[in-house]
Design a protein around this ligand. Sequence first.
Ligand code: IVH
Length: 675
Amino acid sequence: MSEPLKNDIKGRIEALRQSLHHHNYRYYVLDDPEISDAQYDRMLQELKALEQAHPHLVTPDSPTQRVGASPLEKFEAIAHAVPMLSLDNAFQEEDIFDFDRRVRRLLASDEPVRYTAEPKMDGVAVELVYENGVLTAAATRGDGHVGEGVSANVKTIRSVPLVLAGEDPGRLPSLLEARGEVFIGEQKFQRLNEERRRRNLAPFANPRNAAAGSLRQLDPRITAERPLEIFFYGIGRMTGPQVDSQWELLQRLRSLGLRINPLIRWKVTIEEVLDYFRELSAMRHDLGYEIDGVVIKVDRISDQQRLGATSRSPRWAIAYKFDAVQETTKVLGIDVQVGRTGALTPVAILEPVSIGGVTVGRATLHNEDEMRRKDIRIGDRVLVQRAGDVIPEVVNVISSVRTGLEKVFPFPKNCPVCGSRAVRVEGEAVSRCMNSRCPAQLKERIRHFGSKHAFDIDGLGEKLIDQLVENRLVGTYADIFRLDAEAIGRLERMGTKSAENLIGAVEDSKQVSFARFLYALGIRHVGEHAASLLSRHFKDMDALIQVSEEEIAAIEGIGPVMASSIKKFFERKENREVVAQLLDAGVRIVHEKETAGSRLKGKTFVLTGSLEAMSRSEAKRKIESAGGRVTGSISANTDYLVTGTSPGSKLDRARALGVEVIDQEKLEALLRQTE
Ligand code: IVH
């Protein structure tokens, strides 16, 4: 072969490589391809053929070299020059305001700090080393200091450039340690699992596991078949001109051909970050890949440096996580709980697992039929779900990891607490303990009676109720109002002070709205909403007791089942006695009519800090009986924030939203006006 021809071939190979790198960049980074996939493939085939004919012209950065490395014995350890830290997690808005306040305090800044807000990719963190523009090494995060060398695997990822290029090839840093997250998209994950099932291989539990498993393959040819992708979000070291902000850094990475997430929000205030979080939560299931929250980073690099880091995580960034909905864990045992109506509910005792920042150790199995339908056994690995405030539940068993040693749980025929026979009524899914004196039922009824939306008795918790019932201090609702501080003070873990507090809270609760009173009675099928409907419809208890079933059923929002249950409840003498005893013990039903038209009607209050003039529950009750509402968190709909001493971050939020802030004196004045 003559010299000029050789040069031509070399030239053609170079041109093809450059062109392929360029089109890769257009496709993955800019998301704006200039040629079709078929055209791209033709160029790649031509390059492959030329390289095969002239093996000495193959270079490691050639687009043909993504696959081909031979399997490893084990991964090489690679040290990170700059440690790869993790992030502190936040789960509530309050935590984010606290973070912002801390940042401003440490920076001694009066002005609002600007942040970059980025989707928190749920994948595997990696560091890629580019020397003179060429990818020379890649490692997982490992323990943050030393990771596993996965270069050959990372090279198989099509959105990873083998050489830095992009729009600014003239300004290549001689060394760049680029950091990002490797992940698998949801659809590709589904397809991968279908394929695995077809081949009788265990499917991956979720896309993150699939990405981690694929990246940690000793044989890069296997990794090459997995649909891995990458988004970059940071750096270790970078030579050459430095940047002033996270925003500029991400722009620089992008101009070097590194793919960044298009949903990143630049230079935003903390309030805008929260809006962004809400937007992303709403669209997270439509993104095509999994994210588990938002990463919030102080934008200015000089500020980041001043803030520094702890050994674990930077002080200039935080991960604001979505409520994780599902996690897997193991069933250690099954317990049967007795509810206030005697219903027996099977509950799974779990190996504790954190779901959205809350440790879950128990999850309901609903009833015997559900437990059988899902075939949940002791020792099973299960998927557990928690959503907002509702009780965690077991969704299903991961049957692919059963060992055969799991034990079927025989559902008890008797009440596990009082031993009386459990009865299952035709057509109902639950078995019930029919003994109305069963201590388990009594405890649950008392708990419901004192709960937040019923009598709202501060301090009447589960452990205390157990003791009150077991020591026979409380056998009926009315007994609660006859308790004396001395007897309570003698109980375990109850000093004089807490006994007095409880008596105070009980005293405070005596004035109660008709709706709360009705709800507290625990009439079957009568929830908060129905209780409120009934209270608006009947002028008092006597009117409700005397009315016919038909008349109750005629109320809009109350069905025949509920009407029949209400009628039956009041037909029983013992229930009418319960009401009489309560009134006798000093409970006073405050009718909404008395407050109608009051000034606080429709006004929403939030309480923060410790109030001195009155207890929180007292303040709440007074506001409510004046027609107002008390909620737990500030929103744009809040009318007043009432501050006690040392108010928390709610105060910042109220100011940010322009909510009127008042002190206790002002609250008392408002309440007086309405009396
Ligand atoms: S920044 C020092 N940005 O979250 C800053 N991390 O808990 C640390 N992650 O190991 C990383 N998306 O795997 C950053 N946009 C993003 C991220 C992100 C996902 C992961 C990453 C890291 C973990 C930290």
